[in-house]
Design a protein around this ligand. Sequence first.
Ligand code: 13P
Ligand code: SF4
Length: 304
Amino acid sequence: QITEREMIEEIKRLKKEKNAIILAHNYQIPEIQEIADIVGDSLKLSQEAAKTSADIIVLSGVHFMAESVKILSPEKKVLLPVYDAGCPMADMIDVEKLKIFKQQYPNIPVVCYVNSSAEVKGESDICCTSSNALKIVKSLKSDRVLFIPDKNLGSYIAKQLPEKEVISWEGFCITHHRVKPGEIDAVKQKHPEALVLVHPECTPEVVERADFVGSTSQIIQYATEGENKTYVIGTEMGVLHKLRKSNPDKTFYLLSPALVCFNMKKTTLRDVYLALQNEEKEIVVEEEVRKKALKALETMINIC
Ligand code: 13P
Ligand code: SF4
């Protein structure tokens, strides 16, 4: 049985030998963040996928992220170490449901949060991530947009851009949705000196009580550059690793013990090692679907 230390050395060696890189989402476990070449939010991971010269990309995260990488880099081998690490929100809409939604509201552009399948992206006009959603919706000429699948991000956009009518699908992130507004009230009483930073996948009642709203990387950047010494973090607990490592002089609390994404926590260092060693758990996207989804992703990337 190979030890963790040996596994880390092997991963490093295999990366060189196979010209591979590891992209990891900010929610991955610390051991994986440490071995990754790039750790970032959904936008950063897709931007890096679009420009890397590696032959193999190991995406440590969930299925839609690896699929986006494959859509942007079809000639590369894209591996998702745990094949059934999915996103329940992405599964809350499919192409049939989207087609009915579009028929209900004809001639309105569809903005698709990247937490969605390749097929759904292919039926949408443009993608967005949590870090660029406002910019993307603002960039559209239409004053009405259909937003899928996250109703909470949709509601955040609608509040920030009152000039737009945002018609949202009813999906949500099961992890962020669990945070209760009362948890913010309680933490503000307990730590009045702290700033509360939340992800826009939280409910509107939580978002309106926060001091800052942003993507995982925007939260990390805000707390790292900020002068305040104490922060309460309202997104998945994986971000605490980078926050604490880069800011040893600051204190971070997790807003709610419910902020653990079970799917993001499925991947272990051993899974990454095995995927890279055996070049297994490869992501395949059918070419017709890929081309359509690519349009929506590229339209986003060209704006950001
Ligand atoms: P970001 O990476 O855009 O912050 O989104 C968080 C998320 O829930 C990804 O699944
Ligand atoms: Fe999906 Fe939420 Fe987990 Fe992100 S945190 S992968 S949106 S369930």
